[in-house]
Design a binder for this molecule. Structure first.
Ligand code: THU
Length: 141
């Protein structure tokens, strides 16, 4: 796990909770918000964006990553994810396999993944823990 302060954790959780309000999830009703902390301290928000054709839908985490990368940022320290069907999240929403693969592309094994329901209830994992033996850029070097 990377060094991350209590203050940074709180800000990431608050941002992910706020981003959740933008979630477009009329089909699943599962609304997710993400907050991605870049090495330069910028926080990129993201929400899930569903689609009537289903497949084009995008997760909150990848929305945040793609926003950042499309603006020239490719180095990251941490991401926070808040999601669920209820108005207030009651359980942790862990990133799907496709999002873990996108993290593998840009993040080190000690990249911090914070799963939260609110600022008082969260759990911290590393990318290596959630995505062991992932296939990444090094495999193609
Ligand atoms: N979803 C996310 O945005 N992130 C996750 O970590 C898990 C799943 C979204 C995709 C879809 O819009 C909805 O949640 C239900 O799967």
């Amino acid at each position: 796990m990377r060094n991350i302060t209590e203050e940074e954790i709180r800000e990431l959780i608050e941002t992910a909770m706020a981003q959740r309000r933008f979630s477009y999830a009329p089909y699943s009703g599962f609304r997710v918000g993400a907050a991605l902390l870049a090495e330069d301290a910028t926080i990129y928000g993201g929400c899930n964006i569903e689609n009537a054709a289903y497949s084009p839908g995008n997760c909150a985490e990848r929305t945040a990553f793609f926003k950042a990368v499309s603006e020239g940022t490719t180095e990251f320290r941490a991401i926070c994810i808040v999601g669920g069907k209820e108005e207030k999240a009651t359980e942790f929403a862990a990133p799907c396999g496709m999002c873990r693969q996108v993290m593998m592309e840009f993040c080190r094994p000690d990249f911090t993944i914070i799963l939260a329901t609110d600022t008082k209830n969260y759990q911290i994992f590393s990318l290596e823990e959630l995505f062991p033996m992932g296939f990444g850029p090094k495999n193609l070097a």
